[in-house]
Write a protein that binds this ligand. Structure first.
Ligand code: SF4
Ligand code: SF4
Ligand code: SF4
Length: 457
């Protein structure tokens, strides 16, 4: 038996972390997580009792309560009075910063092959940033140098696998450089023994049998933008003359599938997206034989009106469509699920745009992602970027330093949210990104589902 004196003594020295959150799920279970350490865990009734009564004068001398206490101590929910979670994070951050100098975190290259597009989607941030300049295409010289430098860095850091993404505007407007880049990268892949995962983001309006064959031969995953069935898709996704793009994409999708291309659909979910229509869209994808659907929530803060209701609608749709997809054999995923992953595996940054990616503009300038406007350097000095002050400043957009996020219930889970949104809305990359409400309810709703494996697959 656990001696009461000992327990009383340890109780005096231990504190409930002020960062813990306890949530009751749909199935009546309780989960606990810490806003700085994550550690999402299902707790039993002894742990729940202990947490709720820790500061009360109750006799805790039973063996099973001792076990509950040991568990809570091990997972930092009960902490020693001298343990400072934030200081501990800062210490780990120093180590992380030191490791970053070699460039070992940079595993993604994004080649923005074209700043031009044949479409004019109503919510396109690319069009706002780049003003859709015509004739603004990446040259083969720029692409070749970027690939060379990136692969050399990967080799130096002994990376076994990297990702190269072709992006725009519409990358297929620059078909020549797209093909040359793939062929050249594949040669370097063999030479250095580094696997390359190729991704092509396309609006799907410029497709031919020849392109499909090339994509298949080179094992490129197509990320095709499609926002729903005809009416929903055409609401925002239009050609420059105002006409809807759905029918062209539907036809081109058949070409991709005829040549056995791997297609992942990428869909922007807006407050106007209706779950009944969205389920029909999943049925349509299933009927085409498409197994992967990526959902991207549109920000709700920019719109006038009840942004909370809009955020709630989007969150429900993300989760409901995921569950419907599971039933139908269509895997519905999205970067929003990273928030759930981080409940068990916290990281310093919100996303790959902070330190993991080099996004190359047609002129050879390097940015952290396609939407952050802070220039890190150019392809001429790519290998020096990981040790420069701009790169370090970017990495420092991290939870130990984001003062305005301090005390948020999902502080290290969200890590300030999307840096690009913060920059566009507040002109300050170190601000919390504005859609806090959406992310907070999303995290809670994913936990309340009480089915962690569906978000971790
Ligand atoms: S297809 Fe893509 S790049 Fe072109 S206008 Fe639409 S969102 Fe923008
Ligand atoms: S900063 Fe925002 S836009 Fe850039 S990669 Fe991260 S989430 Fe995406
Ligand atoms: S951005 Fe908002 S939701 Fe995210 S950690 Fe900061 S305050 Fe919390």
């Amino acid at each position: 038996m656990f001696a009461q004196n000992n327990f009383s003594k340890s109780r005096m020295e231990l504190f409930l972390s002020k960062n813990i959150n306890v949530l009751k799920t749909k199935l009546g279970n309780y989960y606990i997580f810490d806003s700085l350490c994550g550690n999402l865990t299902k707790i039993n009734k002894d742990m729940f009792f202990l947490i709720n009564n820790f500061n009360n004068k109750i006799n805790f001398n039973e063996e099973k309560i001792k076990k509950a206490k040991d568990f809570l101590v091990k997972n930092h929910f009960l902490i020693d009075k001298n343990y400072d979670e934030l200081e501990n994070l800062k210490k780990n951050f120093k180590k992380y910063l030191k490791e970053s100098k070699s460039g070992e975190f940079v595993s993604n290259l994004r080649l923005n092959l074209s700043q031009s597009c044949n479409c004019a989607c109503k919510y396109c941030y690319v069009s706002k940033i780049d003003a859709l300049k015509d004739n603004c295409f990446m040259s083969w010289n720029v692409a070749k140098k970027a690939v060379n430098k990136f692969m050399e860095m990967a080799k130096k850091n002994m990376l076994k696998k990297v990702t190269i993404r072709f992006f725009g505007g519409e990358p297929l407007l620059n078909l020549f450089v797209f093909k040359k880049s793939v062929e050249y990268s594949s040669k370097l892949s063999k030479k250095y023994g580094i696997r390359i995962n190729y991704l092509l983001n396309t609006n799907g309006t410029l497709v031919s049998e020849e392109i499909s064959k090339f994509i298949y031969k080179n094992k490129i995953t197509i990320v095709l933008s499609l926002d729903g069935l005809e009416k929903e898709h055409n609401r925002n996704r239009i050609f420059r003359d105002g006409g809807g793009t759905f029918n062209d994409i539907d036809e081109n999708l058949n070409t991709f599938l005829k040549f056995k291309n791997k297609v992942v659909i990428s869909t922007v979910v807006t407050p106007e997206t209706n779950i009944t229509d969205f389920k029909k869209f999943i049925d349509y994808l299933k009927s085409k034989g498409i197994k992967h659907l990526g959902t991207l929530p549109m920000q709700t803060y920019v719109k006038k009106g009840n942004s909370k209701k809009k955020a709630e609608k989007i969150v429900n749709l993300l989760i409901e469509s995921k569950k419907y997809g599971l039933k139908k054999g269509v895997i519905v995923k999205g970067p929003w699920e990273l928030l759930f992953v981080k409940l068990t595996h916290p990281s310093f940054s919100y996303c790959g745009g902070i330190g993991k990616e080099f996004s190359i503009s047609p002129k050879g300038e390097i940015y952290p992602c396609c939407a952050i406007l802070r220039k890190l350097g150019t392809i001429e000095n790519m290998e020096k970027i990981p040790s420069n002050k701009e790169y370090e400043a970017l990495l420092r957009r991290s939870i130990p330093f984001l003062k305005k996020c301090r005390g948020c219930e999902i502080e290290a889970i969200c890590s300030g949210g999307c840096a690009a949104e913060a920059e566009h809305v507040y002109n300050d990359i170190n601000s919390p990104s504005p859609d806090c409400y959406l992310r907070k309810i999303l995290v809670k709703k994913m936990i309340v589902e009480d089915n962690p494996k569906i978000f971790l697959e």
